[in-house]
Design a protein around this ligand. Structure first.
Ligand code: C2E
Ligand code: MG
Ligand code: MG
Length: 583
């Protein structure tokens, strides 16, 4: 509370006292000081005292110390222990030095003698207590926050890192510490003066704080040195992404008066537990890594542990590689047939992405989809997949193949693009294919992530024609109530349940239950990963609608698919998958 506002807002006083007479008296005294200058709230039940003190509705508390059936000292102790920010003034019944001293020692701001309180004494005591408390708060802030930038200083930083390490130890999580040193700060300071230097530091602190998550703590620990604590980071690439973002925001031009200046950031990273398990060890190692980053070229990050540098490097190469692959057309769609179990016809195909890497050969999606999702490349890559699938559908139509469904896998990150539905529509229209034969496969995790947005987007797309199926069913978490609200037409039982059919009793029971559950919801059921004749027999006997797996066909190139589905091609090509026919 700052004293300047007394004139405008009334001072809110909380009285904790069982005695109604005391309430009336204090009320009169406050009124006498000046009508409307004070607002009195009365709390007569000791059990509500703590709630009232922490309610944030009062500027100062008057606490009956000896009354309240002797609960005064306990209330005071509890409030102080919980770090109450309002000053508490105790009221004692008689002149007893010991009681007064004890109360002050326990954290009371001041004391008043009941029966000897007049307006003047009351007013002075209240104001004094409030002013002293706010001065204390200012001091505490000074001690813990950097005056120039208002971010935590070295003391608070060390305290926070210590606590973060304790939490990480208990929950076995990682903590990453960034040591950030600006590149080129000295020149700015030397040529433009200290004021410009200060302004630059303020700007950097603000930008850094802005680009971090709420839970990440930015501190200034020296002239142009900052630290960031990242708690609960899952992967090296998560950390790398934050480091890059930090370098990016610091490197943007800063306007100082009429000048525009550029500085960079060198970041050293030490990760608990690999790079140390104490505040001092981590700080020292992050500092050492920062020097290495500086020696590299500036505006770079460096991990203290070599293993993480290698991981970060590999990720960078892979990312650059992925971007190049998309430009050069190194991606290809393979297709795996889905077989209708009642008559063994091909009911549809699933498009599965492959990367024809010039050096590594054919790379499977599990090895690059997660990274593409992380760096945002999944959005353009996903559009390419939909586009390719639609073009291939058109080719099938042109060859006179009986119409089949093409299923395309979607990552939930693709919904992050607000133009998703519109773009899908454009792609379908450009290809001129029947949108109802396009199907999107989504996992349970995908439909549960950002559930409301996803639901909305799914409905919009459903109206365009494409259908949805739930992929890898049984591996994630989703509620049937939720599934029922979504425009989903089919469940795909994950291959982990199919693998041990029919021998493993548990899996057999689960699969049977999944099939009947899906049918009760009016959904089709497709089993993934059917590899043996027994599995297929089991699935057919239990009314599974379709199956997909190596038993029928591995994923094949589009050229090979054409041979599988075109009857005349089967005649020409003895190598083509025999035994499959179109209805
Ligand atoms: P998914 O959608 O569940 O695809 C089925 C995976 O199981 C495919 O792996 C397929 O080759 C494999 N599979 C099929 N039948 C059998 C079988 O009988 N036995 C065994 N052991 N495996 C079988 P693939 O092609 O490596 O794809 C892996 C995952 O990558 C896919 O799982 C899908 O989640 C993702 N993916 C593939 N293409 C795309 C895409 O274009 N976009 C997105 N976002 N994800 C994709
Ligand atoms: Mg799939
Ligand atoms: Mg699957």
């Amino acid at each position: 509370m700052d004293s300047g506002s007394y004139g405008e807002k009334p001072i809110r006083v909380l009285l904790i006292d069982r005695d109604r007479g005391e309430y009336a008296l204090i009320g009169q005294l406050l009124d006498a000081i000046g009508h409307g200058a004070y607002e009195l709230t009365w709390c007569w039940q000791a059990e509500h005292a703590i709630d009232a003190i922490f309610s944030d509705l009062h500027d100062v508390v008057l606490l009956d110390y000896q009354g309240n059936h002797g609960s005064g000292p306990a209330i005071l102790a509890k409030a102080v222990q919980m770090g109450a920010s309002v000053p508490i003034i105790v009221m004692t019944a008689e002149l007893d030095r010991n009681v007064d001293r004890e109360a002050i020692r326990s954290g009371a701001s001041d004391y008043l003698l009941k029966g000897r309180i007049d307006s003047q004494i009351l007013e002075r005591t209240l104001r004094y207590a409030i002013e002293r408390k706010s001065a204390e708060a200012r001091l505490a802030r000074l001690a813990h926050y950097d005056a120039l930038t208002n971010v935590p200083n070295r003391i608070l930083f060390r305290d926070r890192l210590g606590r973060a390490l304790e939490r990480a130890r208990r929950s076995q999580q990682t903590v990453a510490l960034f040591f950030i040193d600006l590149d080129g700060f000295k020149q700015v300071n030397d040529t433009l003066g200290h004021e410009a230097g200060d302004e630059l530091i303020r700007t950097v602190a603000e930008r850094l704080s802005h680009c971090m998550r709420k839970s990440d703590s930015v501190a200034r620990i020296g002239g142009d040195e900052f630290t960031v604590i990242l708690e609960d980071v899952a992967t090296t690439s998560d950390i790398v992404n934050v480091a890059r973002k930090a370098i990016d925001v610091v490197s943007r031009p800063v306007t100082l008066g009429a000048q525009q200046v550029f500085v960079g950031a060198s970041i050293g990273i030490a990760v608990y537990p690999e790079a140390g398990d104490t505040v001092d060890a981590l700080l020292k190692h992050a500092d050492m890594a920062m020097y290495q980053a500086k020696n590299l070229r500036g505006s770079a990050y460096r991990f203290y542990t070599e293993k993480m540098n290698v991981e970060a490097m590999n990720q960078m190469y892979l990312e650059a590689d992925l971007r190049r692959a998309l430009r050069r057309g190194e991606f290809e769609l393979y297709y795996q047939p889905r077989i209708a179990l009642d008559d063994e016809r091909i009911a549809g195909v699933e498009a599965l992405l492959r990367w024809n890497h010039p050096v590594r050969g054919v790379v499977s999606p599990a090895d690059f989809i997660p990274l593409a999702e992380e760096v945002g490349l999944i959005v353009p890559l996903g559009y390419w997949v939909i586009h390719r699938a639609c073009e291939d559908m058109r080719t099938l139509d042109a060859r006179g193949v009986d119409p089949i469904h093409i299923a395309v896998n979607l990552s939930f990150k693709q919904f992050a693009d607000e133009k998703f539905a519109q773009t899908v529509r454009n792609i379908i229209e450009a290809a001129g294919v029947d949108a109802r034969r396009l199907e999107f496969e989504l996992t349970e995790t995908a439909i549960m992530a950002n559930a409301e947005d996803t639901e909305r987007c799914m409905h919009t797309i459903r109206e365009l024609g494409p259908t949805f199926s739930l992929d890898d069913f049984g591996t994630g978490y989703s509620s049937f109530a939720h599934i029922q609200r979504l425009p989903i037409g089919a469940l795909k039982i994950d291959r982990s349940f199919v693998k041990n059919l029919p021998q493993t009793q548990d899996d057999a029971t689960i699969v049977k239950a999944m099939i009947s559950l899906a049918h009760n919801l009016g959904l089709q059921v497709i089993a993934e990963g059917a590899e043996t004749a027994e599995q297929v027999r089991f699935l057919r006997e239990h009314d599974c609608d379709q199956a997909q797996g190596y038993f029928f066909s591995r994923p094949v190139t589009f050229t090979d698919l054409l041979q599988q589905v075109q009857p005349e091609a089967l005649v020409d090509e003895p190598g083509a998958c025999a035994g499959l026919s179109l209805a």
